[in-house]
Design a protein around this ligand. Structure first.
Ligand SMILES: Nc1ncnc2c1ncn2[C@@H]1O[C@H](COP(=O)(O)OP(=O)(O)OP(=O)(O)O)[C@@H](O)[C@H]1O
Ligand SMILES: [Mg+2]
Length: 507
């Protein structure tokens, strides 16, 4: 007899529906899985066979063929154990139920327990879009799947529970979405702990408000890492769409936190400098998102930037410009989103004290030059804000007066972001850093005084065309933080000041 049940597969971070057909007929005993399965899917045969027996059912004798359709897409992983098992039980007449508006996902253990899998949220979304009313997924993934509205998501612990539900009585109730709290995660860190560094804090506020990339240079122990780690505490809250997008990526990458199955705080990724270019931008034989995509809608922090491999740094250039990264493999090309704020930190030289007000630098001019030149011009050009983080003096460090808290700064950031969201409604962008050249001309209107000032500085400083655009974008954010409509001369002045370090160190 023949049966068909529905399931879903992952391609990139998106999902498509799969139909699992099983045919049980007479003849010599055999069990084949066809339809471009990978080795993990083939191993499914052994797990399903054992699970069927150990749950008290009979593994059919005779010829069993399981087809995963569409056959032109490669199926990966152990996701299909559960639907294969159900389709065999139906085809061998051991299970009688209507599964036409149902879908099944999950790995099965030899004793019939259902194990969690990656990529659930994308698959539940696809199932809902394809008219599925009830989806049965591993219990450990249920809270993640429940974030999708308009579909009944059932968390399954074992095969017996599922079959009882499908046949005798509807015993299970759909999982309910969790109320997420974003307060707990960031409660540990606050900007008020950072003493001094007024300019650096201002720059981080601008970066958060407009989504700009930022580079910090300074001697060891001046607080660069400390500042960067506090950036998430002042970032604007995530919209629901952003939450879902980021959750999809984290789910496919298998890094979703079980206790927070819906990502509601902007991610902060800080890969070690030994990371490969594939680790950063994504790829592998079975393509997986890289760090730049895991940081989507949040922050990618590269600490000790010159220590990163050259090819890893260069791999960032295209995704930084486009907001997406495309990985091409034999199985097809996959595009992952990568809208991030890049924060990079570095010492100015190998010993760390080049340009230090009191400590002498022990590096040769050549060594300093070589160290700085590990950062390529094009990458430097993509960093909108460059700031120096000087050593803090004793007076500032011992200052007992409480500094501004993250909550206070965040209020200004949220306000500036709201202006941008309103202004760019319908254009496909959400913040100043994403402005395209045509939108830039339209929305970055300067006063006459500001325009004259920028034109004088442009020639005097020998700026590149890209630098010009980036200065305008940063000035737009500075004006938004103040609530100004037109960009004033002061805003241009501040933007230029945050763009002058490349000349100090790199020329
Ligand atoms: N501005 C500051 N206010 C308060 N504490 C600070 C400040 N700067 C540094 N510290 C203290 O010094 C420690 C080291 O700072 P941090 O790791 O941020 O330095 P860094 O600039 O990243 O140095 P490196 O270049 O060596 O990586 C912090 O954990 C903090 O305790
Ligand atoms: Mg550091």
């Amino acid at each position: 007899m023949f049966s068909m049940v529905k399931s879903a597969g992952i391609f990139g971070i998106n999902s498509y529906m799969i139909e699992i057909e099983a045919d049980v007929s007479g003849g010599l005993p055999s069990f084949d899985v066809v339809g471009l399965p990978d080795t993990a899917v083939k191993e499914s045969r052994d797990r399903v066979r054992a699970a069927i027996k150990n749950c008290g059912y009979k593994f059919p004798t005779g010829r069993i063929t399981v087809n995963l359709a569409p056959a032109d897409k490669k199926k990966e992983g152990a996701v299909y154990d559960l639907p294969i098992l159900i389709s065999i039980l139906i085809a061998s007449k051991q299970l009688d139920c209507n599964t036409c508006d149902c879908a099944f996902l999950g790995e099965v253990s030899l004793d019939g327990q259902v194990r969690s899998i990656n990529g659930i949220i994308a698959m539940v979304i696809a199932a809902k879009q394809n008219g599925i009313k009830n989806i049965f997924i591993p219990f450990d993934n249920a809270r993640e799947g429940a974030a999708v509205e308009g579909i009944n998501v059932y968390g399954i612990k074992n095969i017996k529970e599922l079959i009882d539900h499908l046949t005798v009585f509807t015993t299970l109730s759909p999982a309910t979405p969790i109320q997420s709290d974003e307060s707990a995660l960031n409660a540990m860190l606050d900007f008020s702990e950072v003493k001094g560094q007024i300019l650096a804090k201002k720059a981080l506020e601008i970066a958060a408000a407009g989504g700009h990339n930022l580079l910090m240079i300074g001697p060891p122990g001046s607080g660069k890492s400390m500042l960067a780690k506090r950036l998430p505490t002042i970032l604007p809250s995530m919209t629901f769409e952003e939450s879902i997008e980021t959750t999809k990526i984290h789910s496919v990458a298998g890094i979703l936190d079980k206790n927070h199955p819906l990502v509601t705080t902007r991610p902060f990724r800080s890969p070690h400098h030994t990371v490969s270019s594939v680790g950063l931008s994504g790829g592998g034989t079975v393509p997986k998102p890289g760090e730049i995509s895991m940081a989507h809608n949040g922050v990618l922090f590269l600490d000790e930037l010159p220590e990163f491999k050259r090819d890893a740094m260069e791999a960032l250039r295209q995704p930084l410009e486009d907001g997406t990264v495309t990985v091409t493999r034999a199985s097809g090309s996959v595009t992952y989103p990568s809208n991030i704020i890049l924060i990079a930190a570095m010492n100015p030289c190998p010993c760390g004290f080049y340009g230090h007000p009191t400590k002498p630098c022990t590096c040769s001019q050549n060594a300093v030059h070589k160290y700085l030149n590990k950062i390529s011009g094009p990458l430097l050009d993509r960093l909108d804000l460059h700031i120096e983080v000087p050593p803090v003096d004793y007076k500032a460090l011992s200052d007992k007066a409480p500094g501004e808290t993250s909550a206070q700064i965040r209020e200004r950031v949220n306000h500036a972001r709201a202006l941008q969201v309103e202004r760019y409604r319908g254009t496909g962008i959400t913040c100043n850093a994403q402005l395209t050249p045509s939108l830039l001309r339209k929305h970055c209107v300067m006063t006459e005084e500001a325009s004259a000032y920028l034109s004088r500085s442009f020639d005097a400083m020998g700026l590149s065309a890209r630098a010009y655009d980036r200065i305008l974008k940063v000035a737009r954010t500075i004006a938004d933080l103040k609530g100004n409509g037109e960009i004033q001369k002061d805003d241009i002045g501040t933007a230029l000041r945050f763009r002058s370090l490349d000349r100090k160190y790199w020329e």
